[in-house]
Design a protein around this ligand. Structure first.
Ligand code: NAD
Length: 482
């Protein structure tokens, strides 16, 4: 078993309760985006590795799906404690592989998955798996073998968002993590093994999306596939899954609006709004990347936003006091810079930031925290997910127009409203077409369902709604012999 914190090579896959040599012979280097140096090498499995993992999951399914709620709840609590015991190591590993500053990474990247696992224990214990509905007995059963394909931005949080409800439901699974930030998934496999999860319930096959991801999405022995990633990958996964009519859940991109109504507390709303846009250097699916403000307040907002953006410290993930890390890789850095250039070309006002490498950080995939004002809804920077520290400020003239701008997007993942009056804010929130809406800077809620309207996805994660994605509904109709 590989268990040292400083392991630099992850060349085996976790299949059927064992670390096995992959059939696929490729490898890929994991690069620290702050130093641009390789920190590990991982195996790149192939389609045959997916076959092996799916067979193991299929074989494990009958016994695992028949375990009792109490057995599964106890195991999940054990897994969560084992994760908590390695919280700092997990946080630092993710900081090194994708660049989120270490204190934030320990708290969010490691803390959230632990909290999510814990949250599913009471959900599982209280869930009505069987009840009568008229003459029919409803039985909720595990859907079967699940395939998980996950991204790099909150890598373990996204993995646990699927693994926790799947374990609770009694499903077995095959995971393909992002090859940009895969090391946390190997740590998870070690934890699951040590916690005594039966062989075959969880299998890890690292590899490319185009091979391992597609093999999972199209596999006839997988009953459900769940992807978190870009809308483009969602389309490819849904298309591949259609051939075998599997259930598909998708957690995709966003371009979330932050509507500041006229009676908002502007200094607080703007400061918090900039923070929520830039968390994880803007590499957050729910980033509030469009700040929609009263036209007559735009100049005040610009001053506040510039101040907030320029006060943020950017640098190495392990340096003191850093809030902004780099982009995950060079490609992402170039893509974000190109969007900033597009915004300038389109005629938006560049308030602060810009496309140049910060002169005090010559190395690393850094992008300057950038604010644009006078952004119009027809501009590319207002329409496309940039996935970097780029805030767009869009002016509105009436509340009606503010809601129209908020909804003028193919996405519908998250949103936010600020107002001095909670009822006014709630009424605006109801009109925003997105899976979540935060009022007056409310904190993230681990117990709230999350997911997208429109092209932001299909299905929900977390809460009892997250569990239900992993259940089939059986109707048993009948009575004692007459
Ligand atoms: P991505 O789509 O490039 O990759 C996500 C995963 O899909 C990776 O494991 C990748 O290898 C795999 N993949 C890529 N092409 C595939 C294919 N053809 N078939 C099967 N699998 C394939 O996304 P990313 O760059 O890793 O993550 C960023 C994106 O994820 C952003 O768009 C972001 O908004 C989105 N995201 C959404 C949520 C959410 O909850 N809605 C959360 C986090 C990230």
């Amino acid at each position: 078993m590989q268990s040292e914190a400083n392991v630099k090579e992850r060349l085996n896959l976790y299949i059927n309760g064992r670390w096995v040599e992959p059939v696929g012979k490729g490898t890929v280097k994991v690069v620290n985006p702050c130093s641009e140096e390789a920190i590990a090498t991982i195996a790149m499995g192939n389609e045959e590795d997916v076959d092996r993992a799916v067979s193991a999951a299929r074989e494990a399914f009958p016994a695992w799906s028949r375990t009792t709620v109490a057995e599964r709840a106890a195991l999940m609590a054990r897994i969560s404690s084992a994760m908590a015991a390695r919280q700092n190591e997990i946080g630092d590993t993710i900081a090194a592989e994708m660049g989120m500053p270490a204190p934030w990474s320990r708290m969010i990247q490691a803390g959230l998955p632990i909290a999510t696992l814990n949250s599913f224990v009471p959900i599982l214990e209280n869930y009505p798996f069987e009840y009568d509905m008229g003459r029919t007995r409803i039985v909720k059963e595990a859907i079967g073998v699940c395939g998980f394909i996950t991204p790099w931005n909150y890598p373990l949080h996204q993995i646990i968002g699927k693994v926790a409800p799947a374990l609770a439901a009694g499903c077995t699974m095959v995971l393909k993590p992002s090859q940009l930030a895969p090391l946390n998934a190997f740590i998870l496999a070690e934890i699951l093994e040590k916690a005594g999860l039966p062989p075959g319930v969880f299998n890890l096959v690292s590899g490319a999306g185009s091979r391992v991801g597609q093999a999972i999405a199209s596999h006839p022995e997988i009953d459900m596939v769940s992807l978190t990633g870009s809308t483009q990958s969602g389309i490819l996964v849904a298309r591949a899954a259609a051939q075998t009519i599997k259930r598909v859940t998708l957690e995709l991109g966003g371009k979330s609006p932050n509507v500041l109504l006229k009676d908002a507390d502007f200094p607080v709303a703007v400061r918090k709004g900039v923070h929520q846009c830039y968390l994880n250097s803007g590499q957050t699916c729910t980033a509030l990347s469009r700040m929609i403000v009263p036209a007559e307040k735009q100049e005040d907002v610009v001053v506040l936003a510039r101040e907030a953006a320029e006060s943020m410290v950017m640098g190495d993930a392990f340096a003191d006091g850093v809030f902004l890390g780099p982009m995950v890789d060079r490609q992402q850095q170039q893509s974000v810079r190109a969007y900033i250039e597009t915004g300038i070309r389109e005629g938006a006002t560049l308030v602060t930031g810009g496309p140049e490498q910060p002169d005090y950080l010559p190395k690393g995939f850094f992008v300057r925290p950038t604010v644009f004002s006078n952004v119009r809804t027809d501009m590319v920077i207002a329409r496309e997910e940039i996935f970097g520290p780029v805030l767009c400020i869009l002016p509105y003239r009436s509340e009606e127009e503010a809601i129209e701008i908020a909804n003028d997007s193919v996405y519908g993942l998250s949103g936010s409203v600020w107002s001095g009056d909670i009822e006014r804010a709630r009424s605006a929130a109801k009109r925003i077409r997105s899976g979540q809406v935060f009022i007056n800077g409310a904190d993230f809620d681990i117990d709230a369902p999350a997911g997208g309207y429109k092209q932001s996805g299909i299905g929900r994660e977390r809460s009892k709604y997250g569990l239900e994605e992993y259940l089939e509904i059986k109707a048993v109709i009948g009575h004692n012999p007459a």
